[in-house]
Design a protein around this ligand. Sequence first.
Ligand code: NAP
Length: 253
Amino acid sequence: MGANVTDKVVVITGGSRGIGRATALAAAARGFRVVVGYASNEAAANEVVTEIERKNGKAVAVKCDVAEESDILALFKAADQFGTLGALVNNGGIVGQSGVRVDEMSAERIQRVMAVNVTGSILCAREAVKRMSTKHGGKGGVIVNLSSVAARLGAPNTYVDYAASKGAVDSFTVGLGHEVAGEGIRVAAIRPGLIDTEIHAAGGEPDRAHRLAHMVPMQRVGTAEEIANAIVWLMSDDASYVTSAILDVSGGR
Ligand code: NAP
């Protein structure tokens, strides 16, 4: 078995669509048994599982809204039944309506964005550390958090609450990485730039990525596969000295 091939389990939150879907397929191609988390789109999650199984990989779809602690516990219970956990990709994330200024934001919107993007990621990491830390008898592993270039840019007049949630993901990545560095666990974050997925439509602006492509130094949007490639690199032994690190995959933006 080569350095980048494994039979361990990876839990991917929001593995049903977009970057999570691409990561599920890329991880399965490297031998990971994939737990495909999804919030509500069961059909999309099942399609990812079918696609992986078609190529003789192993995958299972599990419903998990990461804002619900009970869903997270069920997600990791399913992972335990699937094999030894080797990686977590904290990918499931949301934006609120695009173009809403802070002086117009509801408390409910802000709380939902923080519950999914921040609290959900921290709780999933808690469950992963319990299983992977050598301190708890685990064999080590990798946690990859999905941040965003919004953490640097602040997303003014777009969704500052989302940007702030990703700033928290960055801080969490650095802190948790240090906390478990001596326990066999590496923690890293990816900051994607403008990636062609349905998240922009969810924010009410389906065309957003393409409209802003001219502001990217590389003059184009990125693909979910380009983010997935960076994620599976971080999950691999090729990144064995990378922890508490944040990698921009953004065409220079
Ligand atoms: P997407 O296409 O909108 O897909 C979102 C995924 O997250 C879906 O699988 C969805 O599940 C899941 N999800 C939504 N709410 C969830 C919840 N409450 N609990 C668990 N899962 C949930 O998004 P994407 O563009 O691939 O984004 C993935 C990650 O990358 C996010 O963290 C996002 O912030 C980050 N990111 C994206 C971009 C970009 O330009 N696309 C840029 C920077 C960062 P269902 O299918 O069940 O709805």
